[in-house]
Write a new protein. Structure first.
Lengths: 186, 186, 186, 186
């Protein structure tokens, strides 16, 4: 399961760069319209990197896998696979309201899918398992979901505020998930 | 063999999303023509997820691999690799007759290729092997093939009925292949 | 090295299918111009399948890897990576002379690169190693290279004869490399 | 971490070939405008091959991985993922000044990211570890960075000189990283 998920995540990350199309002219000005596309790419690269990182740590605590877990994982990969689309739409339209909102929806549904995956894994391992203690109260996950909802609503008034919130959430997560590392080390 | 198949399946699933092209406008209406493309994507994502799932379970019961098995696997990957094409054609033409029929043909030939793979594996392991008992009578596989043929014929009269049948088959398979899991656990 | 090569081969095989672009119309006639593109795809799929198969068998006999081996492998992957380009050019131009010749050149250079890889591996393992005996005289490889050269020359007179030769070579190789399997079993 | 990095590198290498678009005509002349695109592809293929090779050798000396290491690796993959964009821009504009400079910037930032990765790994393993001794003074890496800076500046006067410098740096690295191999063998 990890090899397949790693493969899908690697491909999602890499095909996003296909949206950075080389301009036909060779001067510096022709790169300027690519700046918002590039910034969107950086943001999505970081988000997918965070998912890969946390997913990787999560699976290290996994001892058994059920059919439900496989599908919960598939469900997470589905929403993550929409990231290149949302990234391209947001970047090409210079962070306009609707694309920024749709980007937030994809982030929110990915976060919910990750939450479902952790719950399915805990149901499979038991509430007092290493995995359950490692996931813990998942306050970061809950805060992120609230921030995403706020950002989606804000995008119709001030889409750049929403983008700021996305950057903020990425910052919260960039601090790696030490909870799981700590409990495993114990 | 599993790593290579996983890789091919991961790439097939992910390049399908390239058909979801970001519209040049930033408003909500511009997403509407993408709805059938999106629905086709969801359907194909589920089908490829089912194949990955069942393929993964099947290979867990495999003890030896012959040249014939490698090519039966290649043959399955060939038909599955046509899924992005059939998905794009069906989605972009809003579920018109011919695309829906071709989509069904790709599903049918993939199902037949999966059947050939199981028979080649059983020939290699013996009729009384764990693998042979795990595959069993494969009634789900047979029912699916009959339903695909029916859907291909129906597509020239009522293509949406065919789509309904595809969703039905996906539903039948979403219940994971517990037969193999059960026999392995025994 | 095997994981990386498997990944590259899986991606080369799968991105070839991106050349099969879904036509904008939904009728049967619109598929007709895709037939040569489809046939080219089938041919290249079989060739890449053969390379994966033989590469897989070859690496099973490998005991050590040097820097030279890594680069000989990279060199093989380089020529194989040009297959999607040659396939697309040949299919879209309905098997015209130059594209058929270029396709043959890519096949020939891939075959030579595979030969170099086997020689580098044998130099690393010794002439009396299992690997050296498994590779043996490699008469299939030599015959293929002669046939490719003949097909490249023939393409300027009768390109369809060249295509027939490519199919013939694929047929020779589809019989899996039992030599290596046999020696390993011994 | 290695499987994921291998996957990303395999995909980056392979999607670069998508820039080699099959021309609509079937004659020899139609290939001529592709020559600079092809040469850029060869250069980038060699650079990514070098990174894969050195990364592979480096990870063989790795004993433990921290969150910081995972992100230093992600950071390297980010700059490498921009290679297809820089390659396409440079090839399509026949090695004009700005594209050649941007290509050099991507190479330079990748080299710096690789340096950061080695420092993070050494910080994690200790200055007297096998890994630290294997990386050594990294004079090749330092020379490359100086050459890249020189090539970026030169690109605004004589871009072909810059390209010559890139080829020179690739030549320096093509000699595989025997330092690490040697220390590991010891």
């Amino acid at each position: 399961m990890e090899a397949f998920s790693d493969g899908v995540l690697a491909i999602i990350i890499t095909i996003m760069v296909l949206e950075l199309k080389a301009p036909p002219e060779a001067d510096w000005e022709s790169l300027r319209p690519l700046i918002p596309v590039f910034l969107s790419y950086v943001l999505s690269f970081v988000f997918l990197g965070i998912y890969w990182n946390n997913h990787h740590h999560l699976l290290q605590a996994v001892r058994r896998v059920s059919g439900g877990v496989l599908w919960a994982n598939m469900h997470l990969l589905f929403w993550l696979s929409l990231t290149p689309f949302a990234t391209a739409w947001m970047g090409e339209n210079h962070f306009a309201s609707w694309p920024v909102a749709v980007y937030g929806v994809v982030l929110l549904l990915s976060a919910i899918a990750y939450y479902i995956l952790t719950r399915t894994l805990i149901a499979c391992h038991g509430e007092d398992s290493t995995l359950a203690r490692a996931v813990g109260s998942d306050s970061k996950g809950k805060v992120s979901q609230v921030l995403y909802i706020f950002a989606i609503l804000a995008s119709f008034y001030r889409p750049l505020v929403s983008c700021g919130i996305y950057v903020l959430v990425a910052g919260i997560w960039l601090i790696p998930d030490r909870r799981i590392e700590r409990v495993i080390t114990e």
